[in-house]
Design a protein around this ligand. Structure first.
Ligand code: MG
Length: 159
């Protein structure tokens, strides 16, 4: 069996009047993420980690943020597509570990729903999807609620 590791990072600005989609779940918040698609920063970081593990470029290569087809797109579609792309090369996801940095609201109560939403898209058990969240201790753009970050590490395997 061959295994590969991949890493992904993403950032989106926060703005009032936008929805906050995180890990495929809409979270009640005063500020939501802006972007071309639904701006789900966590899914985008996971997509980049999976693509990186398989050396297939990044999410922007496959789903350009100037393409009208992806305007307002549900990012769960991107994750499903990315997993289909690596499956075509014989790879499958083994596990994912992620961190989100966001000053508010508290992400922790929504983590079980995110794991439930993401696991089937990647063909893994909820047990194989780890999501953590932390504030940025009020420092920098995250601390000022101007944006949020997500980081993801993924292991893929091929028999
Ligand atoms: Mg993004």
């Amino acid at each position: 069996m061959r295994i590969r590791v991949g890493f992904g990072f993403d950032v989106h600005p926060l703005e009032e009047g936008r929805d906050l989609w995180l890990g495929g779940v809409k979270i009640p918040a005063t500020k939501g993420a802006t972007g071309h698609s639904d701006a789900d920063v966590l899914i985008h970081a996971i997509c980049d980690a999976i693509l990186g593990a398989a050396n297939l470029g990044d999410i922007g290569t496959h789903f350009q943020n100037t393409d009208p087809r992806w305007a307002g797109m549900d990012s769960k579609f991107f994750l499903k597509e990315v997993c289909r792309m690596i499956a075509a090369k014989g790879w499958k996801v083994e596990n994912v570990d992620c961190s989100i940095t966001l000053e508010a609201p508290k992400v922790k109560p929504h983590i079980p729903a995110m794991r439930q939403a993401l696991a089937p898209l990647m063909g893994v058990a909820e047990e194989d999807v780890s999501i953590k969240a932390t504030t940025n201790e009020k420092l920098g753009y995250v601390g000022r609620m101007e944006g949020l970050n997500a980081y993801a590490v993924v292991l893929i395997s091929r028999s």
